[in-house]
Design a protein around this ligand. Structure first.
Ligand code: NAG
Ligand code: NAG
Ligand code: NAG
Ligand code: NAG
Ligand code: NAG
Ligand code: NAG
Length: 401
């Protein structure tokens, strides 16, 4: 009897995944983690038939959720918990119908903002903690029992060139190099890219080399690697001086990484300057080969999009696409396109690279933009949803379950 029930559940799950629906998970600093169902139209009617419908929202992540990482049917949520001595890491199970069940919740250093899964079997989670100036690692082999491995707080002997933003180290992201053997942490407060050697078996990290220094006052926020034809390349997006810096990467025989700067350009790929108050936010590499680099720039308000709820238009910041020469690592500006509103703190691509989900922090809105993976060009905004508060993270969920 029991095996019969399991069989029916499996068949139902298979049926659900054959529809063209996608789940997406979105966080807001107002305290919500919202799961929605994106239903795509087809052919020329795609824009009119597309909808983004809320399935469920939970307050269980905490008071100020800001980052999500999805692994299979487990969703990890970071709560920055403004003003509190610790942030939190929460794990949820995502049911086939999109319902979330809280499994476990543990403290981190204050203000966790980014996480990455690492190690053999994806048993480790590394977290960058902005407010508390540190990093945490957890064993997540059992998502109902998240177990701390290591943590570390960094110090500055004196404030950086931008004393308002660089009064202390501010690790802003945790990413892996393409081999998974190195944890790489851009530190906005210290103008450093911190690099740690990972033991993929024990899940331990250790510092084996001096950090890669960024220009004084540049404020490295997020970064991305590209595996080129014969070399690996590394691209750093600097929030405070709105620059994009490219490096080639050497894997040294003493198990360290070497970096050689290839170029430094503005977030728009030219020598133009941005309005005062502009801050670069997200950068990612598209799934195609050769890939495109896409970045977001905040508070420019130089573009506009039609208003979502009335006539007229509203201001928009850009998403900017660059092509990548996978032999030299150099990039070329391809497109500057409206992100759909102001303050695109985070965006992500679906697996096929045909859709971009954007969290517009200042507008309390998430949008979905069409993308052509061949040309790398972004197209129309095909769905939008208002979510209370500052929308800050948009994660696609195309897992089969
Ligand atoms: C998503 O919407 C589609 C179309 O309305 C529906 O068939 C599907 O069951 C929905 N999925 C979930 C998980 O609610
Ligand atoms: C919680 O915050 C305290 C005070 O900042 C810190 O010492 C401790 O390491 C944090 N806990 C974790 C699990 O990171
Ligand atoms: C990882 O740690 C194990 C156990 O200490 C050790 O045997 C192994 O050599 C380490 N691997 C690396 C790549 O350092
Ligand atoms: C590792 O090798 C590189 C390249 O030869 C060298 O520049 C660096 O100083 C070495 N690091 C250590 C810690 O030995
Ligand atoms: C830019 O804005 C900041 C904060 O509003 C202000 O202190 C600064 O003077 C402005 N700089 C310029 C060049 O307008
Ligand atoms: C329309 O959206 C804007 C933000 O884009 C918001 O400020 C305004 O209150 C909305 N108006 C209505 C009628 O919902």
């Amino acid at each position: 009897m029991r095996s019969h029930g399991v069989h029916i559940a499996t068949a139902l799950a298979a049926l659900l995944t054959t529809t063209s629906a996608n789940l997406v998970h979105i966080t807001s600093y107002a305290g919500s983690l919202t799961t929605l169902n994106l239903t795509l139209g087809s052919g020329s009617e795609i824009s009119t038939l597309t909808s983004l419908q809320s399935i469920t929202a939970t307050a269980d992540c905490g008071t100020n959720p800001g980052w999500l990482s999805l692994v299979g049917d487990i969703l990890y949520c970071l709560d920055e918990a403004f003003g509190k001595p610790n942030g939190t890491l929460a794990s949820f199970r995502v049911a086939p119908n999109g319902e979330l069940t809280l499994l476990n919740k543990v403290p981190t250093i204050a203000g966790p903002v980014s996480a990455v899964v690492y190690g053999q079997g994806g048993r480790g989670l590394a977290i960058a903690d902005y407010q508390g100036s540190g990093i945490n690692t957890f064993n997540i082999a059992d998502p109902t029992r998240l177990t701390p491995i290591q943590s570390e707080v960094f110090r500055l002997t004196r404030p950086g060139a931008n004393p308002q933003r660089q009064e202390a180290p501010h690790p802003h992201q945790a990413i892996l190099d393409p081999t998974g053997n190195f944890l790489v942490v851009p530190d906005l407060g210290a103008d450093l890219i911190r690099i740690f050697a990972l033991n993929q078996t024990t899940l331990a990290y250790r510092s084996v080399q001096a950090p890669l220094a960024s220009a004084a006052g540049s404020g490295p926020r997020h970064a991305a690697f590209v595996v080129g034809t014969s070399k690996t390349f590394f691209y750093v997006l600097n929030e405070l001086d709105n620059t994009l810096v490219g490096y080639d990467v050497t894997y040294n025989s003493n198990s360290t990484l070497g970096f050689r700067q290839l170029f430094r350009t503005s977030t728009h790929g030219d020598s133009s300057t941005r309005p005062n108050g502009t801050t670069a936010a997200e950068i990612l590499v598209s799934p195609e080969n050769p890939p495109f680099l896409i970045l977001s720039s905040r508070f420019e308000r130089a573009l506009s999009v039609p208003s979502y709820n009335s006539t007229g238009s509203i201001p928009s910041d850009p998403l900017i696409t660059f092509s990548v020469d996978t032999t030299t690592g150099l990039v070329a500006h391809r497109q500057t396109r409206a992100a759909g509103g102001v303050n695109p703190r985070h965006f992500s691509l679906n697996k096929a690279g045909t859709l971009v989900g954007v969290g517009l922090q200042s507008d309390g809105r998430a949008v979905v933009i069409q993308r052509d993976p061949g040309s790398g060009l972004l197209g129309d905004i095909i769905a939008n949803v208002d979510i209370e508060g500052e929308v800050n993270c948009f994660v696609w969920d195309e897992e089969e379950r």
